[in-house]
Every structure is written in C-alpha cells, then in structure tokens.
Design a protein around this ligand. Structure first.
Ligand code: AMP
Ligand code: MG
Length: 921
C-alpha cells in the first residue's frame, strides 16, 4: 500500500476488499450486464443555486477518496484501486419541458444504464441535473464498487449541508473522515483463524441450498433485472414496529423471520438459508459510520423452522444467530460456500435480504437551505437472482430486484404479497407453525374457486344398469371379425351372472376375471357386475406368482375365465367359463339381485412399497361418477372407441364404461397388436375410430408410424398415465388438427381421473398442464403439514370428491397413511387421498404436474414402487442390499429398470444373476 509520488494525481493505491473483488470479477465477466449499476433519483424543490450545488459536490468529493477511485486489473495478480487526487466534477446540466420530463427521465435512466462505466478509465460515477420548470431532477449514478447504501446517504447529507452553509454564508468544515483505505487495512489485519470453525458449525447438517428459482420457475422468461415494490401503509408499519418492540427484536429480525417462512413454504424445507447484507462497518474502527466506501458484506443466514416452537423464542434465536454472525461477516462468501460442503458450483442461496436503515429523502436537506427533496428512489441492479430490499421509513417498503430470466412479474408480486401476509400473520401467531402466507381471499381461491365443481349426478345408479339401457341392436364391441350387440352382451352377461349366483356369490364379493382382450372379457366384466360381484382383472400374460398373489389377497372364490385363458386343472379357485354362444336358458333364469351403489364394482391392483401389490376397491358410485363426469368435460360421447389399455389398468375404464354407458362401439385390438402400429392403424381406419386413450409414449408412436389417412375419423385423443410432453402436442397439432387432444390425470384410488386439460391448438408452453378438477372432484395442493400452497408453489396433490375410494383392500395401515381427512382451513373436513404426486396451481386454475414425492415411477404404464422390487431382491438369500432406479432413455422402448446389488457372497454372483433374469419383464 503506497501513495505514489511519481505519478501525478494519484493519492493512494491499495487492494480491493474481498467483497469488491467479487463484484469486480463479476463486472469484468459480464461487461454488458447492468449488475451493480446504481442510480439515485430525486426531485430538488426550491430555488437551487447551480454554482453552490456544484461547489458542494466538489467539497464532498474532496473529502472522500472512495468517490475518486478507479480500478486496475490487467496484467496483475490482484486488482488494485487507485485513488485520484482530484477529479473534474462529472455533472451535466440540461433543461426539460415539464410535459416531457417523465419521458426524458425514463430515456435518460435507460441510456445511462446502457452506457455503464469504464472502471479502469475514471472513477465510475456521474451526475445529471435537469431543470424542470421551478424544480430540478437530480440523477446520481455510480458503480456499487465505490460505495454502499449507507455511504450514499452520508454523501447526500454532506452535499446538502455544504450547500446550506454556502447559501447562508457559513463555513462548512466537518471533521475529516477516515479514508476507506483504513478499512481495507483493518480487513487485511483481521484475525481469520476462527472463520472456518464458525461457518462449519453454522452450516453443519444443512440439507442443501435454498433456491427460490428452483422452486418457482418463470413461465415467460425475459432478460435483465427488474424491480418492483410493495409499500405498507402507515398503520401496518406502526403495527409491525410495535410488534417488533413487544418481541424485543429489531424490525430487521421480524422481516428476516417472515422471509425464512416464505422460503420454507416455497422450497418445502424446514431448514433454509438466504443471504443477509450487513453494514460491514466494524465496531473496532471508531468513526466507521461516517466513512464512505464499500463496506457491506453478505453472509448466509440459516433459519430452522420448528412449527411447534413459540414464535417469540424463535424470533429471539434468529436475532441471536444474526448477531453472532456479525463477527464473521467479512469471510469471503466463496470460502463459506466451500465449508458448507455443497456440490461444487451450487450456490448456497439465491435470495438476498437487505435492510436499508437510513433515510433517503425528506431528512436530507436542512430547512435553511430553502430546498426540499422528494420523490427519491434508488434503482439498484443486484447480481442475485432475487434481492429483497427493505426500506423501513417513512413507511415500510418491500422492494424486489429480480432476474427476469428466472422470475416473472406476477410471481414476484405474489412473493411480496406472501411476505407481507406472513409479516401481518405473526401478530396473531403463538407458534412458528401458526404463521401463514395465504390471506383469506387467496385461500378461498385455491380451495373453493378452483374447486367449484359440484354438479348433480345419479348417486344411486349402478354401472351395468347404464349399459343395459342402451339400444339392443347397436354394436357394443368388435374383436377381429366378431361383434357383440348390446342385446347379446346383456344376454351373455346374464348367463355369467346366473352361473356366479349359482356358485353362491355374495354381493360385493371379489370375482377373478382371467381373459385376454376379447369379447369374453367384456361379457365377463358385465356379467360379474350384474351378479353383484367385484371383478378382479387377471391378465393371463402376468407371471403366475403375481396372479396367485392377487387371487389369494382378494379372497376370490370363483374365477370367470375366457376359454383357454389358463389351465383349469392347476387353477386355485373354481371356474366359470364365459360362453361364446348364447344360452337363453341360463340368462332367462337369472334374477337380478338387489344391491346399492356402494357395492364394490372392481378391484384393481397396483404396486406397493412393501413388496406386496395393493388392491383398490372401486364402488359403483365411484365408477358411475367417473364415467358420467365425462359429459361435463367432453363435447362428444365416443362413437367408436379404440381400447388400448389392458383391463388390469384403470385407464381401461375410460373406454369400457364411457363407451358402453353411452351406446358407442368398442374396438378391441388383438393382444400385442399395439406393438404393430401399422396393423393398429389399419384397424382404426377400418372402424373409423373416433376416440382413443393411450399413454403419451404410445400415442407418439401412433403419430410417428401410422398412415394419417387411417386416423382421419379421430375426433378425440386422450393421453393419460404419464406426463404429456409439449413436443407430443406439437406433433399432434401438426398431424391431426381435426382431433381434440386431452391430457387426463388421476390415480386408481381416485377412480381413473381427477383433472383434465383440453390442450388448445395454439398451445405454446413447455409444460402441458393436467388441467382443472373434473365435475365433483376437488384437488388440493398442500405442503407437508397439509396447509394450502399458494398459486405457483409446488406441493402434494391431494384429491377429494366422488371418485375417491374408501381405502385399500384389507390394508388398514396403508389406508390410514394415504386416505386422510382434510381439516379446515385447508378445506371442509372431507375424506381425501394423498396422491404422492407433486403439482402446482397456475393462476388460471389449471394444475401442472411436477413429478413424484416418493420413489414411484411409471414404466410403460405400469405404476411401480421401486421399493417393491428392492423388497423382492432383498428377500433373495444372497442379496444384502439393493437399489433400483429407472434408467430413462430417449426411446421409451429402451427405458428400463436397473438394479445395483450388494451380494453377501461374491462367489454367488452368477447364480444370483441367473435368478434375477427370472424376474418378470
Ligand atoms: P395409476 O393409478 O396407474 O392410474 O397411476 C396414477 C399415477 O400416474 C399418478 O399418480 C401419476 O403419478 C401418474 N399420472 C397419471 N396421469 C398423469 C398425467 N396426465 N401426467 C403425469 N402423470 C400422470
Ligand atoms: Mg390410471
């Protein structure tokens, strides 16, 4: 550190602080970015003496080296700051006509920012004084490298004091301030030995970084930074200040606490971290508060949220934590980041909270100067994705400066509103968990408005009665060259029902149905329903162990079987065959039993995490609701429906019951025909198929390989079961503009579907929504504590309404875990099912699917809980531990499960692999 004497006009040369270095590197890296460009704008009212004003600035600049500093870094190991001895005052005068002043100012601010600064050429700061009628607009621009917000305040106060003295003929000679250089020296001399231990302890066990941008994504990305503000009224400000006083904490702590609760909800974490900017002026430097320069330091503040903790105690803890940090606030952030042992390149936090505790207008100019400052604003460009700047006076103002590539304006407005609501909610909260983000109106929106789905429907109806009401002559189903009219379907189904009743079938009892996709399968389903049984679909292609499990678990005593579907001699239950020929005798003998719509209609099994699949019993009323709700969503009932789904998936319910309950024709492809798209397309063309439902991946293959002419009759395509991609939408719209595309969502436990989205032909988004709640279904997006999440924030999708079944088949623990009661204020006390799916509301009341909370995956339509497979592998005597993952591939047919095994005995490897080969495909 040396003052150069050989070079004229250099007062001092010294290194940068770590904070300045970080800024400088960032500025050199992205020279076009406006980061760190600062503007202060205000109106100066009164008779302003231009010469005196310029002189006042010169006096102040002469006092503070920081205002005369430029930077040098080329061909150097470390950058340096060079303080000039003198500086020509960079002040421009202009005159604007009053009517165009606003436009001129806006243009100037924009151009000024675009022009930026050349940090190595001259000190990065300039002034504009524009006369507008009787008043003046002052624009002061500088680079954040020179000074922080508190310094800005010191400079302005001094300028107006110097001006005031001059105008009134007084001498202005305040004590000389300490130069910024002394702070740099103090920093270099600081004992940093305790830093590592402090920060390691502070961040120990942190689950991961807290990134708001990761939790909420901009829907229409822009570029650059933007700023928005939420101003609290005087009453609210007073209430908050009084609250802080009552709690014996600062207002800063109260805002930090509210922000950490916002982060916790948005990021679904009880352990959050964000940057806080502290004044950085060391108590060890007397007079530090009057110094001008770049002192502030940003350090991570960690907040743990324990919902049950009394709010007051939590606030006190947070304040104590922030106070302890002060001693270590100058540790370079890069080092802190390193000690947090996060994966390289991942920032610890992406939001910064800055509490600006100094006045920027009214109080600046002494009354005797004849000047009055108003309309002051400070335009900051932060390099953080999101900076929340809190200005406490005259009323509390919450500014957000955000990166437009990551956030959109609506999201940021909502975020500030939530911060505001959280602040107010603290008044009435006893515990941390009592503080809420949603106000009553917002709660009503996501809970009631988005779920206003009630519609009358026949709650007493049974599914097979709706089928029996269709015209007898119409064709119900076709398979190969055979077909079945509704009359024939009814007669043959009665025969099956009669045989089942003859076996002593009781109402609601499960009946296995073993059949390939065929007319017998249809007859079997309707026959079992007529008999009052619940069909349990058994696909003969499934592994025998799986079939045996479902037979045993369901307790089925009888199996309805298509001829040749399985070997009867080795079958564990008695068997009733579906006859292909009509048998009037038996059908006529059938006396329909009386039972109500609470009777179980089918029992479908899905994967379970304990190694055991679980049965979902669906009652007639669920099924009828699910089927008739289609009238409220779709314009046309299916004339001709292509049934692709296996009847062991509940997506088959759409084709089976929607079609048969509305008199349409079902087209059944032969088993495995979906693997031959050409043949499938022929079938569709031959029957003029109007409706189909497929996994998005299968529909993609149809679009890619089918002859478009074969699809000409299609009017309605439903994709469901897996996420629909934007790419698929584009292909569909290009190839089949005449067909409407729908994305349906729902778990088996909610009877097929709980939301649907009609994809508009001009859809242009990246994520295809799953749409709105269907009639009589309510969808809730909840956090881990079952509280309503606001629009845009991810949470678990929890569903209620007429489709939700009562629980799993004979699995009380699992039922208690997933079928719960929603409690106010999240909703009316109603039974709901926790889907385990993540979703968020969009502002228009549609939902976006965001993946799974757990390890459940979808593989070619199969819902698989990876723990189930791990459980099976772990049960092998040679396996100590296993991990199963889904390996996704661009081509769906190559997507597969992969298992990593830890074997007990390496020698057993080959035998083990051979056993694993025998697992079902
Ligand atoms: P299942 O019970 O077999 O019908 O599977 C239901 C699960 O499939 C849901 O919980 C979701 O994870 C997934 N799913 C169903 N429909 C969709 C969809 N349209 N988009 C994304 N995932 C879906
Ligand atoms: Mg389904």
């Amino acid at each position: 550190m040396s003052a150069s004497t050989s070079n004229p006009n250099v007062e001092a040369i010294y290194p940068l602080t770590p904070g300045q270095e970080g800024m400088l590197f960032h500025a050199i890296d992205a020279p076009d970015s406006a980061s760190y460009f600062q503007q202060y704008v205000c109106m100066v009212r009164g008779a302003l003496d231009h010469d005196a004003f310029a002189h006042a600035w010169r006096q102040v600049i002469a006092r503070h080296g920081a205002l005369r500093t430029q930077f040098t870094w080329e061909k150097r190991d470390r950058p340096l700051q060079i303080v000039r001895q003198t500086l020509d005052l960079p002040l421009t005068h202009v005159e604007w006509a009053a009517h165009e002043a606003d436009a001129r100012l806006a243009a100037y601010l924009r151009d000024d920012q675009a022009r930026g600064f050349e940090l190595s050429k001259s000190p990065p700061m300039r002034l504009l004084l524009a006369r507008v009628g009787e008043a003046h607009t002052l624009v002061w621009s500088w680079h954040h490298l020179l000074m922080d917000g508190w310094s800005t305040y010191c400079v302005l106060r001094e300028v107006f004091a110097a001006y005031d003295a001059q105008i009134n003929g007084r001498v202005w000679s305040p004590p000389a301030p300490r130069p910024f250089r002394e702070f740099v020296q103090w920093l270099q001399a600081r004992d940093a030995t305790g830093d590592e231990a402090f920060w390691r302890a502070e961040l120990e066990g942190l689950a991961g970084p807290t990134t708001v941008a990761g939790a909420i994504r901009a829907r229409a990305p822009g570029s650059g930074h933007a700023q928005t503000v939420r101003i609290c009224d005087a009453g609210t400000t007073q209430v908050l200040k009084a609250f802080a006083q009552r709690q014996r904490v600062t207002l800063n702590t109260v805002v930090q606490a509210a922000w950490s609760l916002v982060l916790s909800r948005y990021c679904a974490s009880d352990d959050v971290v964000f940057g806080v900017t502290q004044s950085g002026r060391p108590a060890a430097l007397p007079g530090a508060e009057a110094m001008v320069g770049m002192f502030i330091a940003s350090a991570p503040l960690r907040a743990r949220i324990d919902a049950g903790q009394p709010l007051g105690a939590w606030l006190a803890d947070l304040q104590a934590r922030a106070a302890r940090m002060r001693e270590f606030e100058h540790t370079p952030l890069a080092r802190v980041q390193h000690w947090a042992s996060l994966p390289a390149g991942r920032a610890l936090f992406d939001s910064l909270l800055v509490f600006e505790n100094y006045p920027m207008d009214g109080a600046l100019a002494p009354a005797s100067s004849g000047l009055r400052i108003d309309e002051a604003r400070h335009i900051e460009q932060s390099n953080y994705p999101l900076a929340i700047i809190v200005v406490p006076a005259p009323t509390l103002q919450l500014f957000a400066v955000y990166d437009r590539a990551l956030f959109d304006a609506a999201t940021i407005d909502q975020l500030l509103r939530h911060l505001h609501t959280a602040l107010l909610s603290m008044q009435h909260a006893a515990t941390v968990g009592d503080v809420d983000l949603l106000d009553a109106a917002e709660r009503a929106q996501v809970r009631d408005e988005f779920n206003a789905t009630a519609r009358p429907w026949p709650q007493q109806a049974r599914a097979h009665d709706l089928i029996a009401a269709q015209p007898a002559d119409a064709i119900a189903a076709v398979y190969r060259d055979d077909s079945l009219s509704y009359g024939q379907l009814d007669a043959r189904a009665r025969a099956v029902a009669q045989a089942l009743r003859a076996h002593g079938l009781k109402t609601g009892e499960p009946v296995a149905l073993c059949a390939e996709r065929s007319l017998e399968m249809i007859v079997g389903i309707v026959g079992i329903l007529k008999a009052g049984g619940a069909y349990v679909p058994l696909d003969p292609a499934y592994p025998r162990e799986r079939l045996d499990f479902m037979l045993a678990d369901s307790g089925a005593r009888v199996t309805v079987m298509a001829p040749n579907a399985a070997d009867e001699s080795a079958w564990p239950t008695s068997v009733v065959y579906v006859s292909t020929a009509e048998s009037h005798q038996e059908a006529d003998a059938f006396e329909a039993p009386a039972f109500d719509s609470d009777t179980v209609a089918y029992l479908i099994y899905t994967s379970g995490s304990t190694g055991k699949p679980k049965g979902v019993p669906v009652q007639h009323r669920n099924l009828v609701h699910s089927t008739l709700a289609r009238e409220g969503v779709y314009e046309q009932a299916p004339g001709c429906f292509l049934l692709l789904s296996s009847f062991s998936f509940d997506s088959s319910i759409v084709g089976l019951f929607w079609t048969l309950c509305s008199g349409g024709k079902l087209v059944l492809p032969e088993p495995k025909q979906e693997q031959d798209i050409g043949a499938l397309a022929d079938l569709m063309g031959r029957h003029h198929v109007t409706h189909m439902l497929a996994l998005p991946s299968l529909y993609r293959l149809v679009l890619d390989y089918a002859e478009p002419a074969a699809l000409a009759a299609l009017r309605c395509v439903i994709v469901a079961g897996e996420a629909c991609t934007a790419d698929l939408v584009q292909r569909h719209t290009a190839l089949l503009p005449q067909a409407k595309l729908y994305n349906e969502y729902g778990p088996t436990e909610g009877t097929v579907w709980s939301t649907a989205y009609r994809v508009p032909s001009d859809f242009a988004g990246n994520i295809v929504p799953i749409g709105r709640p269907i009639p009589n279904m309510r969808n809730y997006v909840l956090d881990a504590r079952m509280r309503l999440q606001p629009v845009g924030v991810a949470g678990e999708l929890v569903i209620g309404g007429a489709g939700v079944v009562d629980g799993y088949w004979r699995r009380p623990e699992l039922t208690a875990e997933r079928f719960v009661t929603l409690a106010p204020p999240a909703g009316a006390a109603e039974p709901v099912y926790r889907t385990g799916d993540m979703a968020r509301w969009l502002p228009d009341g549609t939902l976006e699917f965001l993946g799974r909370i757990d390890n459940q995956i979808k593989l070619r339509g199969y819902r698989v809980e990876l723990e189930e497979i791990e459980g099976v592998l772990n049960a092998h005597p040679d396996v100590r531990e296993s991990v199963v993952v889904l390996r996704s591939q661009a081509r769906v047919d190559l997507t597969a499960l992969e298992a990593a095994l830890a074997a007990l005995d390496p020698a057993a490897r080959d035998a083990l692999l051979a056993d694993i080969e025998r697992l079902p495909q």
